[in-house]
Structure formats: structure tokens, C-alpha cells
Design a protein around this ligand. Structure first.
Ligand code: N7H
Length: 527
């Protein structure tokens, strides 16, 4: 992410910071209208997710139009803050006067965005049809299709608030300190009074110290994001995706056609806004993903021992990157921390030269969720599936007790957030048809011509409980496999299979939102 998980780490080029440029012939994005988290990510060390229920529609609308919409952080404001951060960093470096305390780096700015679920939209605009079946059904109804363990028809591990049907919307409140975030939350709740009540409330935080920017398993996050046409000056290897795949009202990448060698369905063109006021809005997926960190670490040790390999290399093979962020595609045998931090090089690969998975397994998390040239033509078969990720970790660091016992005692994980114009064709497709699909990446063969059984995405893939013995809390079997955890270097004749006995990422809640434009907040949603 421009470090969407953290404050953007700013490059200090000799020419100083640059602002987004708009290519000729591309419709200019209305950055004053698009909420700030969607394309660039609100700057954040803390992010409070304040889920609310609307009790008094009239009073809520009045507050939304007059006091809340004007507080919402726009993309223009995010750009300005980013530029300010860059200037400060540039000056700091120029003056050799470094102050790296988080609050100073992130500035006292607070960010605010707001989104509404299907029930919230129905309260504000009765009968509105946003033409997105997954959004209309809601995340709880879609959990089974995503592979979450179920009790009957209900997601088994979800926090009750996400199942109660009371979530009408969410405020995303971000900032450099928890106090700043809580101050904004208190102000908002004061403005709303009895018009809304809090249905669920949790704060995510960037991990402390040297773990800043790393998710709880320990990997640097926020490295690969799609560039947005008209906004991003792409780094090498960063694809430019048309804005219409993330924000309504703009052109989108052309759809592709199904090919005879691949069951990938033909992609629809970018979806136009079903209602005029959807322009400059986006769909946001929220998933509260618990991570079982001590258990995952123990699993890496055990599996590495039984496969006869280094556990650090095994972890890297599961993700497709070393913990530093360095991609296996560029450095398959050892970590390279300088490469991991180099935003001009750490996405400069496309898997085209790695068709025997010597560098990176086909099943690795970043290859499953963005197969790049594995699925040519990338423009029509991969680009339209891209999402913009904007999550943040939650929960405390692993304690000494947890480390010693190898058991999770306190919840931690990722508040996963992503933006797109089609939940079904983008987030859900990535999760279901790629991560959860053991046949994907399709059509790969071993040197002897036999097909590769790629297996599940070992980080987020879910097997839907179909696989044999009982392993999860719900009694479902969650065993997953992945081909070639052991590198088949250099001869290409090593065969190995990873066996994961359980899920180490467990969905504990979720919700689908529409994140409207500023004018829609001020007009159609509040009149
Ligand atoms: Fe993933 N992880 O720590 O292993 N992810 N992810 N993710 N993810 C990425 O490139 C992780 C999740 C994507 O373009 C990195 O920014 C964890 C979901 C996509 O090369 C790491 C969780 C979905 C990419 C992780 C989690 C995705 C990506 C590399 C859950 C969508 C970009 C850092 C707890 C369904 C791929 C980076 C590309 C990257 C991890 C969830 C998708 C380290 C722990 C639910 C598209």
C-alpha cells in the first residue's frame, strides 16, 4: 500500500516530493468527491472502526448533511497530507534533524470516512438498488460461499455483533495517536446523539517499534497495490488499473473472454453506476481476520522439520515474499532487506520466467491473489480483478506466555479492508475462485508434463470443510495442501507437498459497505 497499513514511508528523491499527475486523455478523477481511504488510504497509526445502527433516520440525515459530511476526509486532503509528510521528511533529511516519533510523523491530523451497509442505504434511500448482489445479501450471508466454517447457515466463529443484522454503517476514524482518534469518535457520537447507536467498536493499530508496517505473522505489508490511471505515477512492475475498477463513474479495464485452456469466466466490463449518486463511490469489504500467530509459527517449525528445510524459507514460500517484503521471484534463496524496502524494485517481476515454480510456488499467497503474467493477457484476466487494500492489524503483540505455550490467548489479526466496484468480481472472486481453488493457477505442468496440483493459498485459502478429518472449532475438516514448499532448485525434480492441518487465519466478522461520494452524503443520502 503506499503503506496503507502505516504512514507512507516517504522517498526523499533529490528533486523532492512530487504530486499525482494526470495522463493526457484520461478523465480527471474528482478527488474532492472520493473519500480518502478508497484510492490512497487515510494516513494511520490507529484506526477505530465504529459500526453503528441508525435509530432515527430524520435526525441522522440532518447530522450527516450539516456536520458529518463536512468532516469527511477526501482524497484531495490525503494527497495534501501526503505532500506535507513528504516535505517534512525531505526537510528533516536535508537538515539532518531526524525525529521519528510516530505522532510527529503522522501529524495530528485525524481522518474520517463513512460507509453504509445495504440496511443503512435502505434506511436513507428506501428501495435503492445498487445492483450488486453480494452487497445486497451482506457479508454474513456470503460467508459460507467464501469458505468460512458454518454452524448450519451461520458463520461459526463470528462475533455476534456481525450476525445481529444491526450494522447500518461504519465510521473509519484514523490518526497518529489513539487520543486523537478517540477525540474524533467522541465528537461524532456527540453530533449523532440518539440518532444512532454503536453496534460494534474496535480499534486497529500499526504494530510497535521495528514491527511497524508488518502484519502479525511478521511480514511487511502494503507493498503491492494497483496503480490508478490518472492518479499514480507507477513504480516498475506496478500495473496501472483504470479507476472504474475502484470508483464508480470512470472507465474500467476491458473485460476478457474465456479461453479454451482456462476455466476463467469472461470478465464483465467495468460496471457503470446503477444510480447516478453512486458516481465517485466505491464498495468496501471489511473482514475481521484473526491470526493464530504462535500456532502458525509452530506449524512452520514442524513442517520445515518434516520437509527437511529452513522454517524461514518455508514461510517465505507460503507468502511469496520474505518477511522484509523482498519477493521470491527476484531473490528465491535468501532474504534481501534492501530489496524489500525498495519500492522501485520490490514489485518489478511478473512470474513469466518462473514456470517451474523454482522461485515462487504457484500456490504462494501473492501468486494466487495476483498471478501477474501467469494469466495472460494480464490486462483482461488479472487487472480487472485487482483490489485496493487498506487494512490495519489489531490486537496486542504475542506475549511471553503465548510464545511459551504455542497457544493464542488474546485475539490479534488483520482488519482487512479493500475497495472495488464489484465485490463479486473482485474480492469474492479472489477469495473463492483463486485462493480457495486448489486447481488455480490453472494449466501448470511439471517438467514431465504431468499437471501440477497447486493447492490452496496457505495464508487465506479456505477449503469449505470438504476435506476428511475433523479439525476446526466447528468440527469441519480444514486440512489444506500446497505444491512444492521445498524449492525444486536447481534440477527441477524435487517433489514436495505442504500439509496444513488447520486454518491459521480465521474470519471472526465481516461487513460489506458502500462508501459514497461527498455530494451523495450531502444530498441524496441525507434528503
Ligand atoms: Fe494478503 N500475509 O501476511 O501473509 N498479503 N494477507 N490478502 N494480499 C499480501 O504485497 C496477508 C488477504 C492480497 O499484488 C502480502 O502488500 C495476511 C485477503 C493481495 O503481489 C502479505 C492476511 C486477500 C495482495 C499478505 C491477508 C488478500 C496481498 C505481501 C490475513 C483477498 C497483493 C505484501 C490475515 C482476498 C499481491 C504486499 C500482489 C499481499 C498477508 C489477507 C489479497 C505479507 C496475513 C483476505 C491481492
Amino acid at each position: 500500500m503506499t503503506d496503507l497499513n502505516t504512514v507512507p514511508e516517504v522517498s526523499t528523491s533529490p528533486t523532492g516530493p512530487t504530486s499525482p499527475s494526470v495522463a493526457p486523455g484520461v478523465p480527471a478523477l474528482d478527488l474532492d468527491e472520493i473519500q480518502g481511504d478508497v484510492l490512497l488510504g487515510l494516513q494511520k497509526f490507529f484506526e477505530r472502526f465504529l459500526f453503528f445502527q441508525i435509530n432515527d433516520v430524520k435526525a441522522f440525515k440532518a447530522a450527516l448533511a450539516s456536520e458529518i459530511a463536512p468532516r469527511v476526509t477526501t482524497t484531495t486532503m490525503v494527497c495534501a497530507r501526503e505532500l506535507e509528510l513528504q516535505l517534512r521528511s525531505f526537510n528533516r533529511h536535508a537538515h539532518r534533524d531526524r525525529h521519528d516519533s510516530p505522532s510527529e510523523a503522522v501529524l495530528p491530523n485525524v481522518g474520517l470516512n463513512v460507509g453504509f451497509t445495504q440496511s443503512g442505504i435502505q434506511k436513507l434511500v428506501p428501495g435503492a438498488n445498487l445492483n450488486e448482489a453480494s452487497f445486497a445479501a451482506g457479508a454474513a450471508a456470503r460467508a459460507g460461499a467464501l469458505g468460512d466454517p458454518l454452524n448450519g447457515h451461520t458463520p461459526a466463529n463470528w462475533i455476534p455483533a456481525f450476525l445481529a443484522g444491526t450494522l447500518d454503517g461504519v465510521f473509519l476514524i484514523t490518526g497518529g495517536t489513539e487520543d486523537a482518534v478517540n477525540g474524533e469518535a467522541a465528537a461524532l457520537l456527540g453530533i449523532l446523539g440518539s440518532a444512532a447507536t454503536v453496534a460494534y467498536d474496535e480499534t486497529g493499530n500499526v504494530r510497535p517499534g521495528t514491527n511497524k508496517g508488518h502484519e502479525h505473522f511478521g511480514w511487511q505489508d502494503g507493498i503491492s497495490q494497483p496503480g490508478v490511471t490518472g492518479l499514480t505515477t507507477p513504480s516498475p512492475g506496478q500495473r496501472l488499473i483504470d479507476a472504474g475498477r475502484f470508483v464508480f463513474g470512470y472507465p474500467g479495464q476491458p473485460g476478457g473472454t474465456a479461453s479454451s485452456t482456462s476455466p476463467t469466466p469472461a470478465l464483465p466490463p467495468a460496471i457503470p453506476p446503477a444510480l447516478p449518486w453512486m458516481a465517485n463511490g466505491s464498495f468496501m469489504v471489511f473482514r475481521r481476520l484473526q491470526q493464530l500467530v504462535p500456532e502458525f509459527n509452530q506449524f512452520l517449525l514442524d513442517q520445515a522439520a518434516s520437509l527437511g528445510m529452513d522454517p524461514v524459507l518455508l514461510g517465505a514460500r507460503l507468502v511469496g515474499r520474505w518477511k522484509s517484503g523482498a519477493p521470491l521471484a527476484l531473490t528465491p534463496a535468501q532474504d534481501d532487506t534492501a530489496l524489500g524496502q525498495d519500492s522501485h524494485e520490490n514489485n518489478n517481476f511478473d512470474f513469466a520466467d518462473d514456470q517451474a515454480q523454482r522461485r515462487c510456488p504457484f500456490g504462494a499467497h501473492i501468486r494466487k491473489t495476483n498471478p501477474r503474467q501467469d494469466l495472460a493477457p494480464q490486462e483482461s484476466r488479472v487487472d480487472p480483478r485487482r483490489i485496493i487494500r487498506a487494512g490495519i492489524p489489531f490486537g496486542p503483540e504475542v506475549s511471553a506466555d503465548e510464545q511459551a505455550s504455542g497457544k493464542t490467548l488474546e485475539q490479534r489479526g488483520l482488519m482487512f479492508v479493500c475497495y472495488q466496484t464489484s465485490i463479486a468480481n473482485q474480492f469474492e472472486f479472489l477469495q473463492v475462485s483463486w485462493a480457495n481453488n486448489p486447481g488455480f493457477v490453472f494449466g501448470k505442468t511439471h517438467q514431465d508434463g504431468t499437471p501440477v496440483a497447486v493447492g490452496w493459498d496457505p495464508i487465506i485459502g479456505q477449503n469449505g470443510g470438504q476435506n476428511g478429518t475433523q479439525n476446526s472449532a466447528s468440527g469441519q475438516n480444514r486440512v489444506r495442501t500446497m505444491d512444492e514448499p521445498v524449492p525444486n532448485y536447481p534440477a527441477g525434480n524435487v517433489r514436495s507437498t505442504l500439509r496444513e492441518p488447520q486454518d491459521f487465519v480465521v474470519a471472526t466478522g465481516g461487513a460489506y459497505f458502500f462508501v459514497p461520494s461527498i455530494s451523495a452524503l450531502k444530498n441524496e443520502l441525507s434528503t
